[in-house]
Design a protein around this ligand. Sequence first.
Ligand code: COA
Length: 259
Amino acid sequence: MSYQNLLVEVKDKIAAVTLNRPNKLNALNAKTIEELDAVFDELNSDEVFVIILTGSGEKAFVAGADISELNKLDTISAKEFAERGQAVFSKIQNFDKPVIAAVNGFALGGGCELALACHIRIASDNAKFGQPEVNLGIIPGYGGTQRLARVINTGRAAEYILTGDMIDAKEAFRIGLVSRVFPQSELMNRAIEMAKKIAGKGQHAVRLALKAINAVNEISLKDGLKLEASLFALCCGTEDFKEGTSAFLEKRKPEFKNK
Ligand code: COA
């Protein structure tokens, strides 16, 4: 499938999806949201184990929702606008394969929200995160109030959302918004290295672990532990489990067949 605002490359079971509107700092217009929705359908294939999302150019991951489109919203269209973006970002969060955000510059507004919907966030040293919507007289609408508060904490999220201040890469690492920071020239290679490491594991285990982790925000600890036990049991019915445990005991590398 070809896209207007996305570049998609699949190699060795790893898909790199690049948001590609560099002249607008990869701002998310309606077309890009539609294409993000479509690309995750396309990537739901046996040919893909891990997805990396990044932005084109050296300046931005995504500088937010497209403000020229925001400017035209009224209270009716705004609700549809927010719900549409939220649905696509929830589709990413609930995707059963890991999605790594390789944040290569500004991740503001919808860009920060997109990164927050990914399972793993790594960043280049020039990355800047933020929810600057208050500067535009609005609040985050693609999940920022909910996901930022869950990923960092409510007090910090309130500070960043209410002041609109940006968070640099060092601070993002310190507060747990990203798990790693690399020089910009290394970011994509490091993302691919991480994706390859994950792609080399038994994919049943990877996907079931993701399912359990994703449940954290939806259910109680008691129900989460029940879910974990059931998913753990499912793993133990796979050939990968036999292979992984036997390989350890036989002092060799496992050869997972994802069965
Ligand atoms: N929507 C639409 N266009 C955007 C955009 C957005 N969110 N962010 C950047 N752009 C466009 C600019 O209008 C400019 O287009 P032009 O060259 O046609 O005028 C181009 O991208 C480059 O941006 P510019 O502002 O010139 O770059 P900068 O380096 O001076 O500043 C930012 C970078 C990210 C600080 C600044 O672009 C910015 O504040 N963007 C908006 C961030 C925001 O509020 N996002 C939340 C939206 S809900």
